[in-house]
Write a protein that binds this ligand. Structure first.
Ligand SMILES: C[S@@+](CC[C@H](N)C(=O)[O-])C[C@H]1O[C@@H](n2cnc3c(N)ncnc32)[C@H](O)[C@@H]1O
Ligand code: SF4
Length: 450
């Protein structure tokens, strides 16, 4: 099958599978009461991870698919930070014990939009309410354009170990088209600012598929990004979902690369990164061989969550902040998405849960299969079904799609073990979707798969 036909067949709109079931399956039937029940049932030594969402940025990038808003004054941020303290107290109270925490992720939006004093206050409250391990991984998403010395000082003070810097593309033509002006010097200075304070884990986020991007331009951006010596790089395909993110309509759609160009840009980025000695992790992450993510990938221990790929193996991830999602052994919960609704719940002393989903035994099996496909690109179906106490026949409905994918060279079988081939790796979301029992073509519109 030639590339064009392959793209026409498999570049379908499928979820990114940061969860399974995916967000469209969440319903208001799962509420704060349900979360309280789940929290109460956790064993006393259950390790937790925490995710804090800060939905504020100084200005909006037109490509942005994150849940964020523009805040140019400090007041909404201060109000939000104060409410986060309340949410930490409420959540810790609902758990009723001080459970161990080994991973904390501050995401957004731009978490460093909070003042340094608020960042420190929030981190102190977390330490007071949870048993944070002394060597806990604390990661923060950073916009290099707005990272001040004071913010970097605060990050060092709260024990940040890893920073994810948003770069996207260094080409001024692309930057103008997406309304994000960020010179190489600004990005370099941010990395230096963090390293000078002992924050050694540096991840750079790049995007392909933006207006006016070309294969050569993406390769050039990747090479410049690598010259900064990050230990991890993420290369995301631009998710164009203007029906969900209206500001994306500001982009010139005529300048968006089509599927073959996107495919070539992704391949060009990957070539440069692999040639520089990084190892591929999952669909869109790369890490130096000695980095913990690459080590975990080689050992088959990488997990997928809402932040992408992670070394975090905790069975419980609790989300704080508007729109954040929590993962528990029994299911998922999502906070109120709208900031006012999130505030209102906290003002009333309620956990701000808006929706969620209870996992069935079959969901758990499919979730495990999809996660293994997305992370390591292989899965032993009878073995994983047996571990879940189920018959492999439960997954029979995936058969027709898998047979077609095998015929098209995306996967191959090694006995009962499904393996995504090198040709299939860019299409791994399509492979995973074979196991998605809820996916209805065109019922929910996702971004293109590549
Ligand atoms: C929360 S932002 C990172 C921190 C900071 N706000 C910044 O932009 O520098 C997370 C990352 O998501 C990626 N991203 C945002 N919108 C996207 C989209 N529509 N498609 C693909 N990736 C996207 C970008 O690479 C971005 O750096
Ligand atoms: S990409 Fe980052 S800085 Fe830009 S709007 Fe989105 S969250 Fe904010």
């Amino acid at each position: 099958m030639d590339l064009e036909t392959l793209l026409a067949t498999y570049d379908r709109r499928v979820p990114r599978y940061t969860s399974y079931p995916t967000a469209p399956q969440f319903s208001p039937a799962v509420d704060a009461g349900r979360l309280r029940g789940w929290l109460g049932a956790l064993a006393d030594d259950t390790p937790l991870s925490l995710y804090l969402h800060v939905p504020f940025c100084a200005e909006l990038c037109w490509f942005c698919g994150c849940h964020t808003t523009v805040a140019q004054r400090p007041e909404p941020l201060a109000r939000y930070a104060a409410a986060l303290l309340d949410e930490i107290d409420l959540l810790a109270g609902a758990i009723g014990r001080s459970l161990p925490v080994r991973h904390i992720h501050w995401g957004g939006g731009t978490p460093t939009a909070l003042s340094p004093a608020w960042m420190i206050a929030i981190a102190s409250r977390l330490r007071a309410r949870f048993a944070q391990a002394p060597d806990a991984e604390v990661a923060v998403e950073v916009d290099p354009r707005t990272l001040t010395d004071a913010a970097a000082d605060a990050m060092a003070a709260i024990g940040v170990t890893r920073a994810s810097l948003g770069v996207q593309d260094f080409d001024p033509v692309v930057q103008a088209a997406v309304h994000r002006h960020q010179s190489f010097a600004v990005t370099e200075a941010a990395a230096q600012r963090l390293r000078a304070r002992g924050i050694g884990g540096i991840n750079l986020d790049l995007i392909y598929g933006l207006p006016h991007q070309t294969e050569a331009g993406v390769a050039e951006t990747v090479a410049r990004a690598l010259s900064l010596g990050p230990d991890r790089v993420a290369v995301f395909g631009y998710a164009h979902v203007p029906w969900l993110k209206r500001h994306q309509k500001l982009l010139d759609e005529a300048a968006l690369p089509g599927p073959p160009a996107r495919f070539a840009q992704r391949a060009a980025a990957e070539r440069v990164i692999l040639a520089a000695g990084y190892e591929a992790v999952g669909l869109d992450h790369y890490a130096l061989p000695e980095d913990s993510l690459a080590v975990a990938a080689r050992a088959g221990r990488v997990r997928r969550n809402f932040q992408g790929y992670t070394t975090d193996t905790a069975p419980v991830l609790l989300g704080l902040g508007a729109s954040s999602i929590g993962v528990l052994p029994d299911g998922y919960v999502q906070n109120e998405t709208a900031i006012p609704a999130w505030h209102a719940a906290l003002r009333d002393g309620r956990l701000p849960i808006a929706r969620g989903v209870v996992l069935t035994a079959e969901d758990r099996l499919r979730r495990a299969v999809i996660e293994q496909v997305m992370c390591g690109g292989e899965v032993d179906l009878p073995a994983i079904a047996a571990r879940h106490g189920m018959a492999a026949d439960t997954l029979l409905d995936a058969g027709p799609a898998l047979r077609a994918q095998a015929a098209d060279g995306l996967i191959r079988w090694d006995g009962a073990r499904l393996k995504v081939t090198a040709r299939g790796r860019p299409f791994v979301r399509a492979v995973a979707s074979a196991f998605d029992a809820y996916l209805r073509p065109d019922a929910v519109r996702h971004a293109a798969a590549i």
